[in-house]
Design a protein around this ligand. Structure first.
Ligand SMILES: [Zn+2]
Length: 198
């Protein structure tokens, strides 16, 4: 059903483009927003615009940041001999929350998925290889434990091993098929601690 207000219809359409939001939920959100004071809706709109204006990718690790390089890459207390490779910036957040890892990161921007047309050139793999120098002693492959994540880890291990660096894979504490970002902190800490040479 379409609404008599074009503005309502447009807001519903825009919101229902978001992941996990169907038309019904979008409608509920729009009617909620209509009831809110204008200042509050303004704040929401400004927060969304600021998000796109201020948030960039770190040019070293590709984590999201407001300053380039990010605070992890420039952090004086980080262990620069370790790089933990993850699929998305969300995974960095999840691992940082555990407090159990103090090395650097590299965000691939996804996983290899031939069916979706995502090949090695679509991920930040060249950029990862370019970071491997004599200070890097270990690369921890922390891609998700699903088919694409495992294929990506295998692909990276083959490229990294001849580069004179220890390559490890996080332990199987995380349920197969689950996303790293949804694992609880204890499981994630165990997965990092129990990593095995690949
Ligand atoms: Zn960074």
């Amino acid at each position: 059903m379409k609404y008599s207000s074009e503005a309502v219809e447009r807001a519903i359409q825009e919101l229902s483009r978001l992941p996990g939001i169907g038309r019904k939920t979008a409608q509920r959100l729009v009617f909620y927003l209509l009831k809110q004071p204008e200042a509050q809706v303004q704040q929401l709109a400004e927060a969304l615009i600021e998000l796109k204006k201020k948030v960039i990718h770190c040019s070293i690790c590709f984590n999201i940041t407001e300053s380039d390089p990010c605070s992890i890459c420039t952090g004086g207390k980080r262990d620069r001999s370790m790089i933990c490779v993850v699929e998305e910036a969300n995974d960095v957040l999840a691992l940082e929350k555990t407090g159990g890892y103090n090395g650097l990161y590299h965000v691939l921007g996804g996983s290899l998925s031939p069916l979706d047309g995502i090949g090695p050139d679509d991920l930040r793999i060249k950029e990862l290889l370019a970071r491997i120098d004599e200070t890097v002693k270990e690369v921890i492959l922390a891609t998700n434990p699903d088919t694409e994540g495992e294929a990506t880890a295998l692909y990276l291990a083959r490229l990294l091993k001849p580069m004179n660096v220890r390559v490890s894979r996080i332990a199987r504490g995380i349920p197969v098929g689950a996303d790293l970002e949804y694992a609880d902190e204890i499981t994630l800490t165990r997965a990092i601690e129990g990593r095995r040479e690949y």
